[in-house]
Design a protein around this ligand. Sequence first.
Ligand code: 6CS
Length: 283
Amino acid sequence: MKKLGILAGVAGLALTSMLAATSAGSADDSKLEQLKAQGFARLAIANEPPYTAVAADGKVSGAAPDVAREIFKRLGVADVVASISEYGAMIPGLQAGRFDVVTAGLFMKPERCAAVAYSEPVLCDAEALLVKKGNPKGFKSYEDIAKDTSATVGAPGGGTEEKLALNAGVPRDRVIVVPDGQSGLKMVQDGRIDAYSLPVLSINDLVKKANDPNLDVIAPVVGAPVYCDGAAFKKGDEALRDAYDVELAKMKKSGEFAKIIEPYGFSAAAAMSTTREKLCSAK
Ligand code: 6CS
């Protein structure tokens, strides 16, 4: 009886682990299977070129959605659809199931890495300040803005530049939340803020399109890190994130990743020179 008991036990264990593996396997693959059946993945974007852009006809482009579209296609998800969100609302929206993934240049930082499941790095950039021609207040850093008690800086709500300015000592009432790039540009042009801060490529894109000789770009902002984003998935969707990473790694290796992001001004080498692990543990 004892022997039978042990055999039954082993068989039971094998059956349990097989069922667990199957259920775990199916549970793990369920999100990807759901997206395949849905026919599209729902992206959160900010409409901040060249990271993300929505044309007048609704067409979504930008380096982050273009990478995501290609990867999802390789995973068997036919298309992507995008919703515009403020940076500060992207993670709560992802957690609430409003989006399947954030592909918006949402920079990897420890506090965000604790809240979402990031892919490996995609888009890297330094920070910049848009100021009036000649940089009349002589800003080089967020600390310079803090020291000038009359100075104000605009930044996206819940965004990295808002946090950098506050952490540098700019008081809350001198860090102005600005909804989008065009508003930030106009507020500097009208003298309503002394500087507007976004990543370098975003500010350069705004200035190029504004064609205004009375503007200057301070880049990089002294003392601000170079950040990299990744595609941000909901905690619990790590299997989908891992599948995404497999395709991202193949595209990095084949050169297809560079072909997508470098025409937008991003460096594939920069993204390939670091890892999620390093960026999520950065001090
Ligand atoms: O990750 C962020 O918070 C920042 N990323 C971009 C691409 N633009 C501004 C935003 O604050």
